[in-house]
Design a binder for this molecule. Structure first.
Ligand code: SAH
Ligand code: DHB
Ligand code: MG
Length: 221
């Protein structure tokens, strides 16, 4: 525990406190609950965002009045649903998923929730899909939540395809505690942090595994 931040004086939120805060601030509804539970129902990894992180994504997108959003890593569509809810009429979310089973489950979850028209689910490897998606740029927000060893590449793409004032958001920015290790995946994640620091007004929010958030700064300024 020697490396643990001690500024909270050793007092941390309990499960009961987190539960109270969640049900008070964002009581869940049926569609979101179904989406959250979909990975477990289908034997998929249960690596979706937590409810508070989903709510935060929704809020951030609303704050920048995001109309065109890209997500890399759909899983079963839980984070996609939170973001789709933030979109104004005519807004659109493109979400990219490489695993065919995950994509199939996500399509069902998004359709059932009534967001089929606002969300385009693209099946494929983000490395192949992103160059083609550039025709729809500039985007208002890009959310990274797929293969962590390529956040540097995805972050670079975001910088080239976001409007000024647009958001770049990356989950797992602490890389499961490995961010400072001497491995290629960690070097890639650190390049992503540095990309953000250079081209965005940014912060890494200390969620359980770090949520990096940056606002694209005017390239001319
Ligand atoms: N954003 C989701 C969780 C994503 S989990 C949520 O919060 O609900 C990460 C997902 O990224 C997995 O479904 C995995 O199959 C997908 N993925 C991994 N590498 C990918 C790649 N190169 N391109 C597209 N999807 C990828
Ligand atoms: C994993 C991926 C994630 O995006 C996450 O938030 C947690 C775990 C994983 O690949 O194990
Ligand atoms: Mg994640």
């Amino acid at each position: 525990m020697a490396d643990q931040d001690s500024r909270a004086g050793g007092r941390y939120a309990t499960v009961q406190i987190l539960d109270y805060a969640a049900r008070t601030h964002h009581p869940d509804d049926r569609a979101l609950r179904r989406a959250f539970e979909a990975p477990s129902r289908h034997g998929m990894p249960e690596i979706q965002l937590g409810p508070a992180e989903g709510r935060l994504l929704e809020m951030l997108l609303r704050l920048v009045a995001a109309r065109k959003v890209v997500e890399i890593g759909t899983l079963a569509g839980y984070s996609a649903l939170w973001m789709a809810r933030a979109l104004p009429p005519g807004g659109h979310l493109w979400t990219i998923e490489a695993d065919p089973l995950h994509a199939e489950v996500a399509a069902e979850v998004i359709g059932e929730a009534g967001f089929g028209d606002r969300v385009t689910l693209i099946k494929g490897d983000a490395a192949d899909v992103l160059p083609k998606l550039s025709v729809s740029a500039p985007f208002c927000a890009v959310f990274l939540d797929a293969d962590k060893g390529r956040y540097d590449v995805y972050g670079r793409w975001a910088t080239e395809n976001l409007r000024t004032g647009g958001l770049l958001i990356g989950d797992n920015a602490y890389l499961f505690g490995k961010l400072l290790d001497d491995i290629e995946e960690a070097r890639a994640m650190r390049r992503f942090h540095e990309e953000m620091a250079q081209h965005y007004r940014s912060v890494c929010v200390p969620t359980p595994d770090g949520l990096a958030v940056g606002v694209r700064v005017d390239p001319e300024a």
